[in-house]
Ligand binder design. Structure first.
Ligand code: B12
Ligand code: SF4
Length: 499
């Protein structure tokens, strides 16, 4: 029986996390097929490692997990090289990038199958079919080429998460020690990345989760999550948790149950949420969550402008007023809100685009006045193909186009696009991008993130002093002195380097 090689391309320079995406795929074939993981984060030369496995002639199936950005940078050249050196292998890609950019990925000619969304059933079913020379056309969640045509099979309902096989931590540990995946962060000395639910019930028009999970959400039970975490705590000493779910706090009941279970373990934790959802949580629930170790919560605030929230199809009941009120509410519970904003959405005229940016810059400063501990993460709007959404229609009408060839995604300008720092959207002029980036620099100078644990209090005070006048007088042009300090002190941006 042929074996499977699973590859997690490099996604971060340091602080590597348990590679949950590829681990889920390993779990799906555990006990059925032999597999190994090559983790690009943990290898000096990942291609050499993969080659050493492939040269044995035992590995026929190769699975890559690919999220946009740096993972594409390794995934593309390595896939090309593998197909050249080992043409009889079958190359299967999964994850957010191929799910959203499947046409370009399949037209490249060196990827044979894309798994469209969850791979927990699709992957083992596909390997079984290929291994036994059986048809794969009826397997759900697949995309593949048939001649010049691209075929998409039906989408499967979301799988009950408690029924999934456990992640093969012990086997991963034999390949790469788990201790090195438990990083020192603001939350603790050994922080575990855990994923407790998939998808999200909302349909925000700028979000890649929507085309992948189609407004569906399924979660593991609180009890299940607790047991998994307790196992890692007891076995490898994890003392903090980062929940990587798109939307951990969808259910107040599950959150409260989990908080009760985890409280005696004295672990700090972090997760992602929606403001309108959590604003409906009872005071007792918020207090319990904090007592149970939840120190900081990431929220997609997106914009203080209700018109833009509508354009972004933020759904629910989120409004600028609510965003501001909620920052004050969380202050009472000593939970740090980490608000992310999306600046640079399209508008009818260039002046309007600039006005929108100015509005949100003022709004962010207002939030900081209300609750100075609020962490701010700034993204520039980078379109994702949410077909059917009004916003995506506006994006196409404005002349925006994705690269036609897979290799183009690894050019520097598209890499910046992926990092949501410098999108190639036609309505955003250089002076607008400069304004956003310069404001971000000044803001990060005046309010350095708490998640940069290497930044001493002296350095914090120094950079605050240097940025003070600019911040207070709204003068953001050419903040070279702050940039220099950021560079010297290697200031970290949580959204790029890990939260
Ligand atoms: C952890 C994480 C990171 C970590 C990576 C750490 C690591 N382990 O390497 C860090 C913080 C570095 C990171 C960075 C970025 N990230 Co990120 N990240 C995530 C996050 C939160 C979790 C990924 C995860 O583990 N999922 C758990 C698994 C179980 O779910 P899954 O990946 O969907 O996997 C299932 C299927 O997709 C499929 N599948 C996945 N892989 C494979 C492989 C095969 C072979 C098969 C068959 C199937 C398959 O099957 C799986 C099981 O059902 C996701 C959001 C999310 N909740 O998924 C965002 C997310 C993937 N990131 C995203 C982005 C954009 C980025 C950045 C590129 C930009 C940014 N500024 O955020 C940066 C890039 C910088 C960099 N250095 O890479 C976006 C992608 C959006 C898009 N346009 O496609 C997401 C969706 C967040 C969001 N909502 O916007 N990220
Ligand atoms: S609530 Fe968050 S994860 Fe859900 S669709 Fe909107 S932006 Fe995406």
């Amino acid at each position: 029986m042929s074996k499977i090689l699973l590859f997690n391309p490099r996604s971060a320079i340091a602080k590597h996390r348990v590679p949950n995406s590829i681990m889920n795929i390993a779990a799906s074939v555990e006990g059925i097929f032999d597999w190994v993981i090559v983790d690009g984060n943990r290898e000096q030369d990942p291609y050499a490692k993969m080659k050493s496995y492939l040269e044995t002639g035992l590995y026929k199936y190769i699975g890559f997990t690919v999220m946009p950005g740096p993972q594409v940078k390794q995934a593309v050249p390595f896939a090309i090289q593998i197909k050249k050196d080992f043409p009889d292998t079958v190359m299967i890609w999964g994850g957010y990038f191929p799910t959203n950019q499947y046409k370009t990925v399949l037209q490249s000619g060196y990827v044979d199958f894309v798994v469209n969304g969850p791979g927990d059933h699709a992957f083992p079913n596909l390997i079984r079919a290929l291994e036994n020379n059986q048809p794969y056309e009826l397997i759900k969640n697949l995309i593949y080429r048939r001649g010049n045509e691209i075929v998409k099979t039906l989408k499967e309902d979301l799988i009950e998460q408690d029924g999934l096989p456990p992640l093969p931590y012990q086997k991963l540990h034999e390949l790469y020690s788990i201790d090195k995946y438990l990083g020192k962060t603001y939350l603790g000395n050994k922080t575990l990345a855990y994923h407790s639910s998939i998808g999200c019930p909302f349909t925000c028009s700028f979000c890649a989760v929507v085309p992948t999970y189609e407004a569906r959400w399924k979660a593991k039970s609180a009890e299940h999550v607790y047991k998994d975490i307790k196992y890692i705590k007891d076995r490898w000493g994890a003392d903090a948790i980062e929940f990587h779910d798109n939307n951990f706090f969808v259910s107040e009941k599950r959150t409260v149950e989990f908080a009760r279970l985890i409280k005696p373990e004295k672990m700090n934790w972090w997760g992602m949420a929606r403001i309108d959802t959590m604003d409906r949580f009872k005071d007792e629930s918020l207090a319990l969550i904090r007592e149970a170790g939840c120190k900081i919560i990431f929220f997609g605030a997106e914009s203080g402008n209700d018109e833009i929230l509508k354009q972004l199809d933020k759904g629910g009941t989120q409004s600028g007023d609510q965003i501001a009120r909620f920052a004050a509410r969380l202050k009472k519970f000593d939970i740090i809100p980490e608000y992310s904003f999306v600046l640079g959405t399209p508008a009818a005229t260039a002046d309007k685009v600039m006005d929108q940016i100015d509005f949100d810059i003022h709004f962010i400063k207002k939030i900081k006045d209300i609750n100075p501990k609020t962490e701010i993460v700034l993204y520039t709007y980078s379109p994702v193909p949410t077909e059917g959404s009004e916003l995506y229609k506006q994006v196409l009408e404005a002349g925006f186009e994705y690269p036609k060839k897979l290799e183009d995604w690894i050019t520097p300008q598209w890499e910046r696009f992926d990092l949501r720092k410098n999108p190639l959207t036609p309505w955003l002029r250089p002076e607008m991008i400069d304004k956003i980036r310069n404001f971000e620099t000044v803001l990060n100078g005046y309010y350095p993130t708490v998640s940069d644990i290497r930044l001493s209090s002296l350095k914090r005070k120094m950079i605050q002093l240097v940025s003070w006048l600019r911040y207070k007088s709204d003068f953001y042009h050419y903040p070279y002195e702050i940039k220099l300090l950021h560079r010297i002190w290697k200031y970290r941006q949580p959204e790029i380097q890990g939260f």
